[in-house]
Design a protein around this ligand. Structure first.
Ligand SMILES: Cc1cc2nc3c(=O)[nH]c(=O)nc-3n(C[C@H](O)[C@H](O)[C@H](O)COP(=O)(O)OP(=O)(O)OC[C@H]3O[C@@H](n4cnc5c(N)ncnc54)[C@H](O)[C@@H]3O)c2cc1C
Length: 510
């Protein structure tokens, strides 16, 4: 597991640490900083890749970037002079790396170390972890493996026999030369919206296969002058006001998503955006969704519709059913020749691959405990899995909330829980099953009347058949309020007979 850190037991391949954070993306980096600020210095991050950054390291497709205003896509403790209103992937990745270096987070990261399994040891109140490089034990585990981590590959008969390059948009093949080629794009989600305008000028022809049209809102993106940042740097109140303005705009858009009777004005704005961008009636019809706005993930772009109107781009409003030789076959019977196929078919959203190897108090893998649902109290604690916290866990996001906002609130909650644990003399906290169940029931009852649940369980938000595993049904404000108030009575507190207090001993967290 790499070099030992403070407090680790240093016998050959086994180490013990206070807190293990799994994953070094936006969440893992922030977790280390928050834990240290709360006095938990004995923290190690296990990262399976050789570089930090998660989403922003892995997704290198042309045009990849943020789809919320950058001022909301930053840590509140590390404001950044973004060059654009919606920053691109290289700038976000640089920001994460710089922030990690500034706060000495990189020193806590053990790279090329994938966590394969973690088992709760009831006798010692420790998590025992098995990784690709050895084993370790930890008193606390923070899972920061990311909800958008694994690309979803479609099952298209004949795809293996396609003679040209085939790749997923999330694993862009930069060796595939697109210049003057015929490119078939399968899928029209958020990634296609970003990369299509970038590759359109290169290709001789692009055929875009769309199974479901998206609602697309305008997104005015523009460079942010450095003078503005100098001003905001001198006036922190102005920066807070700018953040607040963007935050409340996002929140305002969230209101009709929770109360669909108020959706008409937003839908009208999106239709107007389509009408002013696309003159061709047939194309406009093909691009018009037949479900309510917000039923799938909301998309914002000023460049996507114009790219679809270019002479070398053709939209096929049909699913791809097969590939035969170098032809892509549509459900409408069309046969389209292609040199390159880009699979823009999204991610296994909210999937926690590690759930198959997380064994709780009863020795049950979390994947089994979660069969048919993904329950977590406030998206963070799972009953039967003590001293374990999920970052950006199930049902924490909405159609409009920026991940850093939720993440920082969760980290305040986690550090409050650990501070309580340290002070209490107990060695484990486990959310009460009835508290978790009541939260789960209330959440899914509230989701029923939102627009998120109106697409019949087939949408982005439904990580499991018929179960919305993604959305928080109330306002972000309510989420932040719930996460601000850590309630010890929601948890069972226990002490291991063989155990000293969390703060005692060199291997403790404190
Ligand atoms: C293309 C794209 C655009 C996005 N745009 C936005 C946006 O505009 N606004 C927004 O709020 N969100 C956006 N998101 C969501 C984005 O994923 C989150 O905002 C954020 O980056 C999640 O960070 P994370 O650290 O939780 O997860 P990740 O960034 O996925 O990082 C997880 C890390 O865990 C590591 N890991 C996984 N499994 C293991 C294991 N078993 N052992 C060790 N390490 C492991 C991975 O290698 C990775 O480094 C976007 C996502 C994508 C894919």
């Amino acid at each position: 597991m790499g070099a030992p850190v403070d407090g680790e037991r240093t016998d050959s391949s086994h180490h013990e640490v206070g807190v293990v954070v799994i994953g070094a993306g936006l969440s893992g980096v922030a977790a280390v900083i928050a834990l240290r600020r709360a006095g938990f210095d004995d923290v190690v991050v296990l990262e399976k890749s050789g570089r930090l950054g998660g989403t922003w390291r892995d997704n290198t497709y042309p045009g990849c970037g943020c789809d919320v205003p950058s001022v909301l896509y930053e840590y509140s403790f590390a404001p950044h002079p973004w060059t654009r209103c919606y920053a691109g992937r290289p700038e976000i990745l640089r920001y994460l790396e710089t922030t990690a270096a500034t706060h000495s987070v990189d020193k806590a990261i053990r790279y090329d170390t994938e966590v394969l399994a973690a088992r709760w040891e009831p006798g010692t109140h420790r998590w025992s972890l098995r990784t690709t490089t050895g084993t370790c034990t930890a008193r606390v585990v923070v899972v920061a493996t990311g909800p958008w981590h694994r690309p979803r590959y479609p099952d298209i008969p004949g795809l293996d026999g396609f003679p040209g390059a085939v790749f997923h948009s999330a694993r862009w093949d930069h060796d595939a030369d697109l210049t003057g080629r015929r490119i078939a794009v399968v899928g029209t989600g958020a990634s296609t919206v970003q990369f299509l305008p970038e590759i359109q000028p290169l290709a001789s022809r692009i055929d875009v296969f769309q199974s479901t049209p998206q609602w697309v809102l305008p997104r005015p993106d523009y460079p942010l002058p450095q003078g503005l940042h100098r001003f905001l740097g001198r006036h922190p109140a102005a920066r807070r006001a700018l953040r607040g303005l963007h935050h409340w705009t996002q929140e305002a858009i969230g209101v009709p998503l929770r109360h669909p009777r108020l959706l008409r004005p937003l839908e009208t704005a999106a239709r107007l955006h389509l009408r002013t961008s696309v003159r061709d009636r047939a194309l406009r019809r093909a691009l018009t969704p037949r479900y309510r706005l917000g039923g799938r993930r909301l998309i914002a772009s000023d460049a996507y519709y114009p790219a679809l109107t270019r002479p070398n781009v053709r939209l096929h409003p049909t699913r791809v059913t097969a590939v035969e030789g170098s032809h892509v076959i549509g459900a409408d019977g069309s046969r389209t020749p292609a040199d390159v196929i880009v699979l823009a078919t999204g991610y296994h959203i909210g999937e926690l691959a590690l759930a198959h190897g997380l064994y709780g108090t009863h020795g049950t893998p979390l994947a089994d405990a979660w069969a048919g649902s993904r329950r977590a109290y406030l998206g963070t604690s799972v009953s039967g899995y003590p001293n374990l916290f999920l970052l950006v866990g199930p049902n924490l996001l909405t159609g409009t909330t920026a991940v850093p906002t939720v993440l920082e609130a969760q980290l305040r909650y986690v550090t409050a829980a650990l501070t309580h644990l340290r002070a209490s003399g107990y060695t484990a906290l486990d959310v009460k099953p009835e508290v978790e169940a009541a939260h789960h029931q209330a959440l899914h009852r509230a989701l029923r009347t939102t627009v998120y649940n109106t697409t019949g369980g087939s949408s982005y938000y439904f990580g499991l058949p018929g179960v919305n595993t993604f959305c928080w049904p109330w306002s972000t404000r309510r989420l932040l309020r719930r996460l601000r108030a850590f309630m010890p009575e929601a948890y069972v507190w226990s002490r291991s007979p063989s155990e000293a207090r969390l703060s005692d001993g060199g291997s403790g967290c404190g």
